[in-house]
Design a protein around this ligand. Structure first.
Ligand code: NAD
Length: 499
């Protein structure tokens, strides 16, 4: 049985009395075990990080950027290997797994510009003989705690900017698919990153609590479910750390009567069911405005959903693969039962799907119509291949639904009417908005982050906010005495005083 170990100071390190099971979701079988560490293992990573970080912070930013350039090339060279490994532990199809790596790499590309991105500000002559400038200095040791659903992209969102700005970093990836994060760290070593700057420790709550309580860790970035995000935010900030914590989602797609329904159906099938719905920017709720729009949409949507092909993650023709584990399959099927009990019309039922020759954890695409805002199954995140249609009578109602929902990660509107789109984008109480774009994930040089229970803290992921989060600004006000030390004008050399 393959055993996945921690990666500390450029080496594989064992540690922790417990281990976790890593499955292959397409086969429904264990494929590896992962070491689950605690405070002792963490301390080894902190010691390595403390030893290495001052020299790395003192390395000029161009040289730090060169590591990022080499890293980008190396990850590209290893794309197939990384995607296969990722797909075998997560269950997403290979094309999706490559997308996972690629979206992370785009943050690394942004980090190649760190000499420019980390530059400070300067005002000459802010007062008589006075200049003011600022510099952004690394915090020391940063930490990332990441979810199972993007085991390449989300770690890279965090360690890219943290390392590029001169920090050491400790990554605590999801214990459900931990192999790719370790491979990503090994490739950093190969790219020339000094040992101790990027460490990976595995574990569950015990490790997370050790991180939150460790005095030497100055900042924690978290992505996962909302209750855990709130816990991380509360405990981390109570321990005087900088914390950003991103949570769950229930994104809505508003369909106006003038929308291009062929485009909507194409976008919706990808956004609702791709990656088995296990994306925080999936679109699991569709809101047609007006009964006529709903009827026209349903007529096109149902056959498109019925055509979706579910398969093992290596099947090149599959639209999506299994969900991550048996417990999650059960959870998704329970939500389907609950939504039907609550009065939703179960138009397509994906429960009980079995693929011949495998014991994988598959859930077929599921579609509900006539879902109401008071249903529990609407209020909570299902995180599976389930699309719920909530009909709205008016545009106002369509703005209100996502605005009043507990989550506020992403939302999309489909329309040909610029005024409606503009009004919607201005008024909706959600962090990321797509206009005729179903998955409105901002590109790497912008920032990513949801609102309400989708995001705790005030600084987003990557882009300019990534630089802000992983550095602290030092503000310098300077005044130099005039005169030349040791020259003729010695009497003019006085210590400046206030006023
Ligand atoms: P999760 O909350 O179960 O786990 C996330 C991390 O927290 C893991 O590293 C895990 O080991 C750790 N953890 C789990 N339970 C813990 C506990 N009791 N105490 C301390 N740490 C704990 O999330 P998941 O199932 O891996 O990921 C799916 C969730 O992540 C979904 O809710 C999804 O919407 C969300 N997500 C959000 C975003 C975003 O940007 N907002 C992005 C991706 C995923």
């Amino acid at each position: 049985m393959r055993s996945i170990q921690h990666y500390i100071n450029g080496k594989s390190v064992s540690g922790g009395d417990r281990s976790g099971v890593v499955f292959n979701p397409s086969e429904g079988k264990q494929q590896a075990e992962v070491a689950l560490g605690g405070a002792d293992v963490l301390q080894q990573a902190v010691d390595a990080a403390n030893a290495a970080q001052p020299a790395w912070a003192a390395t000029n930013p161009q040289r730090r950027a060169r590591v990022m350039f080499r890293y980008k090339e190396l990850v590209e060279q290893h794309m197939d290997e990384l995607a296969e490994l990722l797909s075998s532990e997560h269950g997403k199809v290979i094309a999706d797994a490559k997308g996972d790596v690629q979206r992370g790499l785009e943050v690394i590309e942004f980090c190649c510009g760190i000499p420019h991105a980390q530059k400070g500000e300067y005002t000459q002559g802010a007062g008589p003989g006075i200049d003011v400038y600022s510099m952004r200095q690394p915090l020391g040791i940063g930490c990332g705690i990441t979810p199972f659903n993007f085991p390449a992209m989300i770690p890279m969102w965090m360690f890219g900017p943290a390392i590029a700005t001169g920090n050491a970093f400790i990554l605590k990836p999801s214990e459900r698919d931990p192999s790719v994060p370790v491979r990503l760290a090994e490739l950093m070593t190969e790219a020339g990153l000094p040992d101790g700057i990027l460490n990976v420790v595995h574990g569950d709550k015990e490790m997370v609590d050790a991180i939150l309580d460790h005095d030497d860790i100055k900042a924690v970035s978290f992505v996962g479910s909302s209750d855990i995000a709130q816990y991380i935010y509360s405990r981390g900030t109570a321990n005087a750390k900088r914390v950003q914590a991103f949570g769950g989602a229930k994104n809505h797609g508003i369909v106006m009567p003038d929308a291009d329904l062929d485009q909507v159906v194409n976008d919706l099938t990808g956004a609702a069911f791709g990656s088995a719905g296990e994306r925080c920017m999936a679109l699991p709720v569709v809101v047609p405005v007006g009964d006529d729009t709903a009827a026209r949409l349903r007529e096109k949507l149902v056959p498109a959903i019925e055509k979706l092909r579910v398969g093992v993650s290596t099947d090149p023709d599959a639209h999506y693969g299994p969900v991550v584990n048996e417990a999650h399959k059960q959870r998704v099927e329970n939500w389907i039962a609950k939504c039907a009990d609550e009065g939703g019309e179960l138009v397509i039922d994906g429960r009980g799907l079995e693929l011949q020759g495998t014991d994988g954890w598959f859930v077929g695409p599921t579609f509900f119509d006539h879902v109401k805002p008071e249903f529990e199954s609407y209020k909570e995140e299902i995180f599976g291949p389930v699309l719920q249609m909530v009909r709205a009578d008016t545009f106002e109602e369509a703005v209100r639904l996502p605005s009043e929902h507990q989550y506020g990660n992403g939302v999309a509107i489909f329309t040909r009417n610029g005024h409606a789109a503009r009004e919607f984008a201005h008024r909706v109480n959600v962090g990321m908005v797509g206009i005729n774009v179903p998955i409105p994930v901002p590109v790497a040089y912008h920032t990513f982050g949801g609102w309400k229970r989708s995001g705790f803290g005030d600084i987003d992921q990557h882009g300019p906010d990534g630089i802000r989060f992983w550095t602290k600004a030092k503000k310098i006000t300077q005044r130099w005495p005039d005169g030349i030390v040791g020259g003729d004008n010695k009497d003019a050399f006085v210590i400046p005083t206030m006023g």
